[in-house]
Design a protein around this ligand. Structure first.
Ligand code: PEP
Length: 254
């Protein structure tokens, strides 16, 4: 079975002390992910090393960066390179979150470069895609998401695409408390998988984890994760509350 993943996205939240407390609160629940399950924490850059040292001994738990530079190294003040992430042992990186696309003008083409760099340095990209409300209301969501995949991922070969995790995050559901219905999520995930299958074949498409993101909560995770093409979730708000995120981990398919 492809990996079932609960990924926490802390965004720009929590002080160092709060971050430590949250992680401790989750780890002390001793939820043991199965062999086909993975828990990720996408934490702010200053906490990567601390968080990694906390989960290093825990089977099935790992730390992700929330972003990386599209440059290799050099005079780019304020940027963080994939080489830096690799050097502190980070093996996952969220890319193309809608907040990066909207507030930092990240394009599909820029994201293609970041994807390449991550893969070159052995970091698995967690690639986010998803449409705005206007796009959904005009019935264009399938074509819109397909173009995001084509522009940022279609240059990859079979081995490379197998290292990518995809997160479908309808923008109208992020941080709004308005979750996509299980049917809406399943329909889009099945579409994404069929796009992957057309390009790389069914076996490859079936091996890729596609997470749903957008107001996943402790009380709706199980219904969403039960959908055949939903392989877990990328979770913002609810990942900041230890008990809620623990319930979300427990809702993963096993
Ligand atoms: C996210 O940050 O990717 C997200 C889905 O946030 P929330 O769960 O708060 O909607």
């Amino acid at each position: 079975m492809r990996k079932q993943i609960a990924a926490a996205n802390w965004k720009m939240n929590l002080t160092y002390q709060q971050a430590e407390q949250l992680l401790d609160g989750i780890l002390q629940e001793k939820v043991a992910p199965g062999p086909d399950q993975q828990v990720l924490f996408a934490v702010p850059f200053p906490y990567l090393v601390l968080a990694k040292s906390e989960v290093d001994e825990e089977q099935g738990y790992a730390i992700a960066a929330q972003n990386c530079s599209d440059k290799v190294n050099g005079a780019y003040t304020g940027e963080t390179s994939v080489e830096m992430l690799q050097s502190v042992g980070i093996r996952y990186c969220v890319l193309g979150h809608s907040e990066r696309r909207e507030y930092f003008s990240e394009s599909n083409e820029l994201l293609a470069r970041k994807i390449d760099l991550c893969l070159e340095y052995g970091i698995q990209p967690l690639f986010c895609c998803g449409e705005a409300l206007q796009v959904r209301e005009s019935g264009q969501e399938a074509a819109y998401v397909q173009k995001q995949l084509e522009d940022s991922l279609f240059h990859l070969d079979d081995e490379q695409i197998r290292s990518v995790i995809i997160a479908y995050e309808p923008i109208w559901a992020i941080g709004t408390g308005k979750t996509a219905s299980a049917q809406q999520a399943q329909d889009m995930h099945a579409h994404i998988r069929s796009v992957l299958a057309q390009k790389w074949g069914k076996d490859t498409a079936d091996s890729i984890s596609i997470l749903y993101g957008g107001s996943v909560k402790a009380n709706n995770a199980a219904e969403l994760f039960t959908c055949p093409d939903v392989d877990g979730g990328l979770v913002g708000g609810a990942s900041l509350v230890a008990q809620d995120f623990v319930e979300i981990i427990k809702a993963l398919k096993s």
